[in-house]
Design a protein around this ligand. Structure first.
Ligand SMILES: *Cc1c(COP(=O)(O)O)cnc(C)c1O
Length: 372
């Protein structure tokens, strides 16, 4: 077997992530690799922190990019904040809420699960009732934008409920950051994580994380060591801190951070609110076209995500065959249904750089052709 260089066929990525990466970000990725303790690189890391604070709408000093994908951002929040024996109210309305339960249980925490139907948001009344039944709960964890179903939950109200009950909030913003309104400081979010490859349209493998003052205090007051050496933020802080000399913790993904810097800069140049409006506008255009094709949405309009459109596969249509046609004939990727929605739904992403008119037009034309 002769192995040659790998040249992937360019695709249009309209699934649940990774999303389309812009030429600007790809070109940043190819710039010369320099040392991760090079003063120039450290200066760029400081800018990444500033740009992340803007994206999250926070002044949290502890705002960094974990050198690993969104799942590691999730694990970073749980492993640093939750100590064995502590109770966490975890909202489950899709795949990622279930992963949060796994995180809590694996580190010896007690998960109190509040379940909601797939395709529905987290029910705030159920969360209030869970706190009444569990006054000793120290955390509330939920997914802001459930990528497995396309439902948006009311993060502002949920974080207020956590505060009213003296609990810290842990929020999954992997799909929401950059795509829909998210205000870490105004909403009183204590710990939040995201991912690089959804609405930030960067390459996969980096997870922005931010801890507010209450989360940092909890971390500093821990009795036990954080189980994970790599994710222990008391050690990572020295690596990302702007003051004094940086110490070696691990080798940052140097070029991927150039890419993140560029994608965050693009977001800042566009303006966060303009980016939210663009996602909403392209969602409306996609919705109009899908309706013409007779394709229905699964999630109610009141809490539907613009960046992740979950639609019913029309009766009699071969799910795999249509997706294969889209990929092979149109170089277009859309997402399959996950979990209870497998075989029943498609997930059409309009994330970040993918939320553009030409993508919407391509997707509608390709679906029309594939459905014939
Ligand atoms: C994609 C996603 C994750 C996991 O991110 P990875 O980068 O795949 O590890 C977590 N939560 C949500 C809501 C996601 O959409």
């Amino acid at each position: 077997m002769t192995i040659t260089s790998f040249h992937p066929t360019p695709r249009t990525l309209m699934g649940p992530g990774p999303s389309d990466v812009s030429p600007r970000v790809l070109s940043a990725l190819g710039r010369p690799t320099i040392g991760h303790l090079d003063p120039e690189f450290i200066g760029m890391m400081d800018e990444v922190k500033e740009l992340l604070k803007y994206a999250f709408q926070t002044t949290n000093e502890f705002t960094i990019a974990v050198s690993a994908p969104g799942s590691a951002g999730m694990e970073t929040c749980f492993v640093n904040l939750v100590e064995p024996g502590e109770k966490v109210i975890v909202c489950v309305n899709g795949v990622f809420g279930s992963r949060m339960v796994e995180n809590v249980e694996r580190l010896g925490g007690i998960a109190v699960v509040v379940e909601d139907q797939w395709g529905h948001p987290v029910d705030c009344d159920k969360v209030t009732a869970a706190f009444k039944a569990n006054p000793d709960a120290k955390f509330l964890a939920f997914v802001h934008a459930e990528t497995s179903t396309g439902a948006l939950s009311d993060a502002k109200t949920l974080c207020q409920i956590a505060r009213d009950n003296d609990a810290l909030s842990i929020v999954d913003a992997v799909t929401s950051l950059g795509g829909v309104e998210l205000r870490v400081d105004d909403w009183g979010i204590d710990a939040i994580y995201s991912g690089s490859q959804k609405c930030l349209s960067c390459v996969p493998g980096i997870s922005p994380v931010s801890f507010g003052p209450r989360a940092v205090a909890k971390l500093e007051q821990r009795d036990s060591k954080v189980q994970s050496w790599f994710l222990d933020q008391t050690l990572v802080m020295g690596y990302w801190s702007g003051k004094g000399k940086r110490s070696y913790h691990h080798t940052a993904p140097v070029n991927s951070l150039y890419a993140l810097h560029e994608s965050l800069l693009m977001l800042q140049q566009e303006g966060l609110e303009n980016a939210w409006a663009r996602h909403a506008k392209q969602h409306q255009a996609l919705k109009a076209g899908l309706t013409e094709l007779g394709i229905e949405f699964i999630v109610d309009e009141a809490y539907r995500l613009p960046q992740l459109n979950t639609v019913k596969i029309p009766a009699g249509v071969d799910d795999a065959a249509v997706r294969a046609t889209l990929l092979n004939e149109f170089n277009l990727e859309i997402g399959a249904g996950l979990g209870v929605l497998a075989g029943k739904a498609w997930r059409i992403g309009l994330m970040g750089y993918a939320a553009r008119s030409e993508n919407v037009a391509l997707c509608l034309a390709a679906l029309k052709s594939a459905l014939k």
